[in-house]
Design a protein around this ligand. Structure first.
Ligand code: PCA
Length: 160
């Protein structure tokens, strides 16, 4: 059979399980998604909640902020393209490759060939370089939750 090419993607924001845009990942109309495990960025980044709609942004400023926790998925070309459009990539976010430390992996039989001895894997991540400089002064999170004690619940596209 012709195996479809799959891509690893690390999500840290509204696309995670239990977050407002998770349904995008699981809607088969958008393409194929397989949950692989959990991880954390090797580098530190500032993760902030910004704009009127309380949008999480991982600012592409390595070395500042925290190691960011998130989930690793494997997605097909169709889902990747759908997510690019959904995340307004490349205008709002840019999709780049970042190295992720694997914390938990779905099945032991299924460990990825791409994994290194140090238990890291390269994944696509939506981060941004087109941020406002004052965002750097916002609180830096390490694990995003739209429903967290910060009270800055994400405003979905429909409600903007
Ligand atoms: N969606 C993407 C980037 C930020 C967001 O809300 C994600 O969850 O990784």
């Amino acid at each position: 059979m012709n195996e479809k090419k799959m891509h690893y993607i690390f999500v840290y924001g509204t696309l995670k399980k239990g977050q407002p845009n998770y349904h995008i990942m699981t809607d088969a109309k958008n393409g194929k998604t397989v949950f692989k495990g959990t991880g954390r960025t090797i580098e530190k980044y500032p993760l902030v909640i910004a704009q009127k709609a309380n949008i999480p942004f991982l600012m592409n400023v390595p070395g500042t902020g925290h190691h960011i926790s998130g989930e690793i998925y494997s997605v097909d070309d169709q889902m990747l393209q759908f997510l690019d459009e959904f995340e307004s990539c490349p205008d709002m976010y840019q999709r780049t490759i970042k190295r992720i430390e694997i914390l938990e992996w779905g099945g032991k039989d299924d460990l990825p060939e791409e994994r290194t001895a140090a238990n890291t894997i390269e994944c696509f991540v939506y981060s941004t370089t087109s941020y406002q400089p004052e965002w750097l002064n916002l609180p830096h999170l390490d694990c995003y939750d739209s429903y967290g004690t910060h009270g800055l619940c994400y405003v979905t596209h429909l409600d903007r």
